[in-house]
Design a protein around this ligand. Structure first.
Ligand code: ZN
Length: 436
């Protein structure tokens, strides 16, 4: 399927380039892309079989000169709405480092776009991006027990490279252990704050609790908890959760359960695509109502599907599942009721399959961080007294830290190609960074 469409795109590209009523400004040597321009677009031939086209208005809007884009704040200065909708370059030139476009205006205005940046941002057609190995997500089942992602506390606290390795683990696997953590709330809090601000909730900021039902939630009991994600009753559920067992005395049990929601979803999609579709489309309302002073429910009030996908790519982006916190399903179409219950039963079966469940007995000194948008957690019941501490960290703080450290320790091809260009790096950040 993919191959067929790639072939079609290739034929189309040849046809289009040949039939465009374009004017070739310059045909440089073999090593430089060939460029041409027509009434509304600039075409770039990367090689005889690969090309991109950019609209004039798009190029003008994306000018990164210091008059159009603040090099320090990385914010647009150009007034997009003053650009004539039919703007056309006076000239386009293929230079060693990139495309240069001169625009008509009272004072001549020249824009420059590095080749690597143009390829990365090609939208006509979209170019398949090389996947950076550090950014690949790895789905896992119970066999992860043989070698779970782990990093030493010393390494995380020592320098940014250690922190980057930890955050990369969380990104790739959806969780990571940290070993050798001093078993105190203070040191655990410092560890959480390496990632970013702690997210305050109705359970407090950094929490430190025992099984005394101090808060009206089953987390504060000795009951077994099935695999779930936290805060399904928020409009934006907490991103990361860190927890650390400080002590367990006078009893037994309380093993921790981790399940990769993305892995389970991939199995369900294979086995039961109809169930997958219902879980991806029917919203599930949820509530937190154990405290008399608080009543949480998401907005919109019917909540979100168990499986959320990125609108443009269709990739699974978030799992929300806590059957205990689910509210009344009064919004189901009568014809969907039985099918929906069948779908969550199928989901539950995949979630609780021995192939999916990773059970681990946590010890004081080993903290774990979970991506609460992907990995579900639970525990077996226990006796005795357990003291746990931990915190939530927002998903945006996590992604921001991962992005800044990734640019430093694992720069992508655009950064590698442009970091040495003059005027590219201001205030420690490259203006051609793919995130901008
Ligand atoms: Zn400009």
């Amino acid at each position: 399927m993919l191959q067929a469409s790639a072939r079609t795109a290739l034929c189309a590209s040849r046809r289009t380039l040949a039939s465009l009523p374009h004017k070739v400004y310059k045909v440089p040597g073999d090593d430089l892309p060939v460029i041409s321009s027509d009434e509304s677009q600039v075409a770039i031939g990367w090689d005889p079989r690969t090309w991109s086209r950019f609209h004039h208005i798009w190029l003008r809007d994306h000018c990164r000169c210091p008059l159009c884009f603040h090099p320090t704040t990385k914010q647009r200065l150009l007034n997009t709405f003053e650009v004539p909708r039919d703007i056309k370059p006076v000239s386009v030139e293929s230079k060693l480092d990139g495309l240069t476009v001169t625009w008509p205006s009272s004072q001549p205005h020249t824009s420059f776009y590095p080749w690597s940046w143009l390829r990365r941002n090609s939208y006509d057609p979209v170019h398949k991006q090389e996947q950076n190995r550090d950014h690949e997500q790895i789905l896992w089942g119970s066999k992860i027990a043989q070698s779970p992602p782990t990093i030493a506390y010393k390494e995380v606290m020592h320098d940014d490279l250690g922190l980057y390795k930890w955050l990369s683990n969380i990104h790739r696997f959806g969780f990571s252990f940290v070993t050798g953590v001093p078993p105190t709330p203070e040191k655990t809090q410092e560890l959480a704050e390496r990632i970013g601000f702690i997210r305050e909730t109705q359970y407090g900021g950094f929490w430190d609790f025992t099984s005394d039902l101090a808060k009206g939630d089953t987390a504060y009991t000795t009951l077994a908890l099935g695999a779930h994600t936290d805060t399904t009753y928020y409009t934006d559920p907490c991103g990361l959760q860190l927890f650390h067992l400080l002590s367990h005395t006078g009893g037994a049990g309380g093993a921790s359960l981790l399940v990769d929601g993305f892995y389970v979803a991939s199995i369900l999609k294979e086995l039961n695509p109809d169930a997958y579709k219902l879980l991806s489309t029917i919203p599930v309302p949820a509530h937190a109502a154990g405290e008399p002073s608080a009543l949480y429910q998401p907005s919109p009030v019917h909540g979100y599907p168990v499986l959320s996908h990125e609108a443009r790519t269709g990739l699974l982006s978030q799992v929300r599942w806590n059957n205990d916190d689910r509210s009344v399903m009064s919004h189901l179409d009568p014809h969907e009721v039985e099918a929906w219950y069948d779908a969550i039963r199928a989901w539950h079966q995949c979630l609780t399959s021995p192939d999916s469940e990773y059970w681990v007995q946590l010890q004081a000194g080993t903290a774990v961080v979970i991506d609460n948008h992907r990995v579900l957690h639970g525990r077996s019941s226990f006796t005795g007294a357990r003291r746990m501490c931990g915190a939530y960290v927002g998903v945006d703080e996590f992604r921001s830290k991962l992005a800044t450290l990734g640019d430093k320790y694992s720069p992508d091809d655009v950064l590698l190609a442009t970091n040495n260009l003059s005027d590219a790096v201001h205030n420690d950040r490259n203006i051609w960074n793919a995130a901008l």
